[in-house]
Design a protein around this ligand. Structure first.
Ligand SMILES: Cc1cc2nc3c(=O)[nH]c(=O)nc-3n(C[C@H](O)[C@H](O)[C@H](O)COP(=O)(O)OP(=O)(O)OC[C@H]3O[C@@H](n4cnc5c(N)ncnc54)[C@H](O)[C@@H]3O)c2cc1C
Ligand code: FES
Length: 272
């Protein structure tokens, strides 16, 4: 096993540099870590706050400082959002395969906390001279994460979709994506967010013959391809993903957007 991989798999304690409340129940925790600094957009870490479980989180900032952006949904994510500057968390990773760059004018679609891995992807695309367009979606305008930062980065190439119509397009981001795909001259598609949204965008990209990558979530324990709790078809999401391309998705269409394994390994319908 390489030295880098051994170091990535070991637990490390990192101190929280600051916590930014992005919206009610959504917080970004910043820290410094030598391995996360070199991660690929789309890779994730396992985060273990004191007194709680260990859960997967995408890296939402990659560079001198790293960050995770957490939506408080249950005991561990709530514990994370309750932490403050100076607190310690244990991390492992970064793990998995992140996004790879395709095309020159990609369309990106991010729903809810799905924007966490998409933000560093946008930053990388811009640094390499690509021209990304992003649809940022959320239930309401108050839940649009990183809105100001993305506005500064993308200007008129940032589009908003809210389910309640409080800002931008009124309706699902996937519906808006169909419109932009019909109007625009995009040569690749990326998506991260609720799986029903990603499945709709996958179908839209396939109909137009465009290459696509999406980031999947499955229940994770080991994060290194051993326990099978994140299995989908022949793949382990922690090791072969979380980013899946069109060819991989075609092999798991009976599960993608339909069902997942629950924590005890039983197939269960996806609820969004
Ligand atoms: C690769 C990946 C990246 C993710 N990135 C982010 C992110 O950037 N921001 C964010 O807010 N959330 C992210 N998640 C989801 C996050 O891991 C879950 O919301 C979190 O685990 C919930 O734990 P809980 O104890 O707070 O809630 P619980 O009440 O225990 O669970 C709530 C939901 O989270 C799921 N979940 C619980 N434990 C795990 C686990 N070990 N692995 C996967 N899912 C689990 C459950 O299946 C359930 O659907 C990511 C998940 C994966 C797999
Ligand atoms: S989490 Fe164990 S194989 Fe993926």
């Amino acid at each position: 096993m390489s030295d880098w991989r051994m170091r990535a798999e070991a637990h490390r304690a990192v101190r929280i540099l600051r916590v930014v409340e992005e919206a009610e129940g959504f917080s970004t925790l910043y820290f410094r870590d030598a391995l996360c600094r070199k991660a690929q957009p789309g890779q994730f870490i396992m985060v273990w706050p004191p007194g709680a479980e260990e859960i997967p989180m995408s890296l939402s900032t990659i560079g001198g400082e790293s960050s995770i952006t957490v939506k408080a949904v249950g005991p561990t994510s709530r514990r994370l959002t309750s932490l403050s500057e100076g607190d310690l968390i244990m991390i492992r990773g970064p793990f998995g395969r992140g996004f790879t760059l395709m095309g020159e004018k990609p369309l990106l679609v991010a729903g809810g906390t799905g924007v966490a891995p998409i933000k560093p992807l946008v930053e990388e695309m811009l640094s390499r001279g690509l021209e990304p367009t992003l649809i940022l979606g959320a239930r309401t305008k108050d839940r649009l994460l990183f809105l100001n930062r993305l506005r500064r980065l993308l200007g008129s190439k940032l589009h908003i979709a809210t389910d309640d119509g409080s800002l931008g397009f009124s309706g699902p981001a996937s519906e808006y994506a169909e419109r932009l795909l019909d109007e625009g001259c995009f040569d690749a598609v990326y998506a991260c967010g609720p799986e029903a949204m990603m499945a709709a965008i996958y179908r839209a990209a396939e109909r137009r013959g465009l290459p696509i990558q999406v980031s999947l979530e499955r229940y994770m324990k080991c994060a290194i391809g051993l326990c099978s709790s994140c299995a989908i078809g022949p793949y382990r999401v922690c090791r072969d993903g979380p980013v899946f391309n069109g060819e991989m998705l075609r092999r798991v269409l009976d599960e993608f957007g339909r069902r997942r394994l629950d924590p005890s390994g039983r197939p269960t319908p996806l609820e969004e």
